[in-house]
Design a protein around this ligand. Structure first.
Ligand SMILES: C[S@@+](CC[C@H](N)C(=O)[O-])C[C@H]1O[C@@H](n2cnc3c(N)ncnc32)[C@H](O)[C@@H]1O
Length: 379
């Protein structure tokens, strides 16, 4: 590679012929030029492309396809006219079954690369019943009469009349919004009304996620702490397995919604997870339930479902100190999950990892990890 005077790599827009060897977490195809990784969106492993280098850094480069010289058998025609320009979808050009294979591979690779977790027992990915028209809510932006999503790698808007991954009810809301002269701002459009609190976006996969957690959770348990509980989506399904449930979330509207139909077994606390968990003595709480059992054998469980940043270092330590018998980690970011599991396995054994395709056509991946308390580090 030519190095201009001054030592930094040239940003000149060279065109190079490359073979795609992988699709990285985040959605871009990966090729190598003289050993350096080149990331090329909208490509599939096995494809040969001519690509224009758009960014050339010391560690990696980015490029855009100018000519697709050999196409993958998994390539399909994207149904959406905005695909490629819109920042929302990354995989509409890939056959759905193959998207699932790519996401499974990405989870395995990220766990290995970031968490050094080599032999994690992976279960099959749970697909979305609907590969399109699945989102029950979207947020669009309005600026100077343009209503839509951000363009890929840009803060400029693309005018969107119809979103192919949104449910028809949501698209009707979009058409309605577009028919009005609305002020600039952000608008969340929903398929149905309800409390304005976090809710899972893909109903079919949300139900599969809830069923999976019910299946992974042992029966006849004493105490469940549902951290990041939102309106109690998981807790409500687990009432039959526990004598007592404590849900924590700092969104007081979500907590109010959770309290609305709560049984006397359920307690919901509006507060910061870290602060509330540090206050919580699982053994003592379980002891109250099972009349004085305080020998550490309590049948306790914790569910964590944090935002993409994952668990803070202090929260990871708090969970290790609490040492519940069962820990279920629901993650929307495999990279922070990998980091967190690497630390949690000092106290827990990873029993299973299950990816779920909550967001088909996009690069997002949901993952459930099931852990059991162990006395020593075992995996
Ligand atoms: C991914 S959502 C999960 C919600 C719920 N488990 C569900 O399935 O509906 C994350 C939730 O974490 C809450 N949250 C984020 N950071 C928090 C913190 N530090 N303390 C308390 N709640 C927090 C948000 O309010 C949000 O409801």
């Amino acid at each position: 590679m030519r190095r201009p005077e001054g030592g930094s790599y040239s940003s000149a827009l060279r065109t190079v012929d490359l073979k795609i060897t992988d699709v990285a977490f985040g959605g871009k195809g990966v090729a190598r030029e003289n050993g350096k990784a080149v990331f090329i969106p909208f490509t599939i492993e096995g494809e040969l492309v001519s690509a224009k280098i758009t960014r050339d850094k010391k560690q990696f480069a980015e490029a855009e396809v100018v000519d697709l010289r050999q196409r993958s058998a998994y390539r399909v025609d994207p149904p959406c006219p905005y695909f490629g320009r819109c920042g929302g979808c990354a995989y509409q050009h890939i056959d759905y079954a193959h998207q699932l294979e790519i996401k499974t591979r990405q989870v395995r690779d990220v766990l290995k690369r970031i968490g050094k977790l080599d032999d994690v027992p992976m279960r099959s990915i749970i697909p979305s019943p609907l590969p399109y028209a699945y989102r029950n809510r979207v947020t669009v932006h309005a600026e100077n009469g343009v209503i839509g999503y951000f363009q890929r790698d840009s803060n400029r808007l693309i005018d969107v009349e119809h979103c192919s991954i949104a449910m028809e009810e949501v698209n009707r809301e979009l058409a309605d919004l577009r028919s009005h002269d609305v002020p600039d701002g952000h608008y969340t459009l929903r398929a149905r009304s309800g409390p304005r609190v976090f809710s899972q976006t893909n109903d079919g996969v949300a139900n599969a996620l809830r069923d999976l957690i019910v299946q992974l959770m042992p029966s006849n348990q004493e105490l469940l702490v549902d951290a990041f509980c939102g309106a109690g989506f998981f807790s409500k399904a687990l009432v039959g397995k526990f004598q007592r449930i404590v849900g924590i979330d700092w969104d007081r509207f979500a907590i109010a919604a959770a309290k609305e139909n709560a049984t006397e077994k359920e307690t919901y606390i509006a507060g910061d997870i870290e602060a509330e968990l540090r206050r919580t003595d699982l053994t003592a709480l379980s002891g109250q339930v099972s009349s004085g059992k305080t020998d550490g054998s309590a049948k306790t469980a914790v569910i964590v479902d944090p935002p993409a940043v994952g668990l803070s270092a202090r929260l990871r330590k708090t969970i290790v100190d609490l040492a519940p018998a069962t820990l279920i980690y629901v993650s929307c970011n495999p990279a922070t999950l990998a980091r967190d599991l690497a630390e949690l396995r000092s106290r827990f054994k990873i029993e299973s990892v299950t990816p779920l395709d909550m967001f088909p056509q996009t690069a997002e991946i949901e993952v459930v990890a099931q852990l059991q308390r162990s006395s020593a580090s075992t995996n």
